[in-house]
Design a protein around this ligand. Sequence first.
Ligand code: ZN
Length: 442
Amino acid sequence: MACSSNVFLKDEQLNPKIMKLIKEIIQKEAPSVINRGKKLINRLKRNVKKIDDLILKVYYLIKIGGNMKLKITELKKEKDRYLAMVEYLDGGIEFYPDGKGGQLGDRGNVEEAHVLEVDRDGNLFLDIKLELGEYEYLIDIDRRCEIGKNHTTQHIISAYLKKKYNYDTVGFRMGKEYSTVDFPSLDLIESGKIKDLEEQVNRIIKKGLNIEILELSRDEASQIESLRKSISDKIVGKIKVVKIEDFDMNACGGFHAEKTSEIGLFKVINYEKVKKTITRIYYKAGALAYEDYDEKHNIIKKSTIQLSSTIGEINDKIDCLLEENRSKTKELSGLYRDYSELLCEKLKENAEIIGGNKIIIYKKNDATTKFFSRFIDDEKYSVIYGVNGNFTVMSKAISCIELKTNLEKLGYIIKGGGNSARINLRIDVNIEKIVDIFLKLL
Ligand SMILES: [Zn+2]
């Protein structure tokens, strides 16, 4: 498991080289290590050799990693979730809170319950109700690793911008899909150097710089001259300083990769100006960046098939289609106008005459009706048209506002509006009902 999940870093007696070896064994051979561990328990009674002892240690670490226990001391329902207050048993690893240090929190399981969120006090939101008591729990370590990669990337971005331009990082936020980092200058956007930032950060990633977490007293930490940012007074007790070889040192309590090369890939997906003077960079790193590439690759591949083009031709093809669409829309609009003119002549010829008023009823609402006011003189005709709960009434023989009021008096809920000569009515009735009320107003 190549990430500083802290699961395997509890035992100070093991030196870093052995720890690295253990992690490699776990990553590649966890199932066989467990089997060997079981056999070794029996052999333990017969003076195990040192290396076997080490493997036994790994076995127990795996067992602890998979079978940690906590105690639910309180549980209350909050909307459709359950908020559990917990105590960790036998030095179990704590779920990391959401939003602490701008990071995402841990997810995992407390037996069959899923951990949906971890609040700032470390309380767990669960999806199902559990009784008070002791439970085995599991933290999603893969997710932690990816959080560590995306967060370490922020250290690299911030360090590079500080070194190169003396920009301080003024904001960091990690989301499930992407992370953002803010710095107080618009120069990189204005000078088109975001691409350079992307290349430089990827260069540091490729170098495979080692990342160490130093646990120091405040005095020790404050003596480090190369700290990128001064240490907050809010931090009490030991201070964790993240050291990326001679590239960067910064106090931080979050998750990190152990080597920059674990991150694999960094991609700026967007940037924008916020609050007039701040540049916000949106990025993805690690598996998120790869998944993003994969998703976009699939979309583009599908587009090349749909457009019968190569990737390089896609934009030109789309421009052509948009232009063709604009021209067809214009042409069609002209045809609708011409058709509407002919239709209106026919509707006028067939208008019903009631009490000296000429009334046109048209049970449609389409591209032709928007030209009715152009071809039908509302001084001479009243028009009621529409379908499916969306009607228009044009008339100077009655007050259209009064028509709406009378429908409302019958208990109908009406959206839309207009004036006394023309009104739009969105109402759940058929056209006959509107005609009925209209005729009563004549
Ligand atoms: Zn950090």
